[in-house]
Design a binder for this molecule. Sequence first.
Ligand code: 3PG
Length: 211
Amino acid sequence: EAEAIEDRIVENGVLAVLRGVDEEQVVPVARAMYEAGVGALEVTADDTRTYEKIAAIDRELADTDAVVGAGTVLDAASAQSVIDAGAEFVVSPHTDAEVVRVCNRHGVLSAPGVMTPTEAVTAIDAGADILKMFPASTVGPGHIGALQGPLGDVSVIPTGGIGRDNVADYFDAGAVAVGAGSSIVDYEAIAENDMDQVRETAAAFVEAVED
Ligand code: 3PG
């Protein structure tokens, strides 16, 4: 099951990070993003409404091929809670083997955050499906190949500071997909409740990914 989710994320090329979008807006935002060509949506677990948001997006996009997951999952209890809400993948900024194991137990894709070889090996040994290279901007695209050198052909999704102008560099360097927040989610447009603009901004990023 985790493999099918990985395929969908890789095929889509971008994991859009919805951070701090409130419960009233998160469904129309997710719908606009999906219409723009974003098939993988990560809702960050940074408030008490994460469960409801994930469940609501799941319902809204149930008849589509979109995959919906959770990000900023910091511990095993949170992982369990977002999986109960319907998260199909779990992303963390760090590597916590217990989070990875909870995901594996439920057939949910696990993408822990790594920066160093030690973290990468810890994540792989725990059963991680994909490594989230975070924060990507501080090391740049070359870090992907540097990690893969000794570790083999592990799937890497760089995240943090990726924009339309540099996304191609990460794919050229071996990323299977990229994570993107502020460059694909138009927070200004969300503040103005302008879903057409949300769609346009996301579509522009998707176009850069497809190029
Ligand atoms: C986040 O922390 O919200 C994600 O890593 C996305 O970061 P970005 O806004 O730099 O893409």
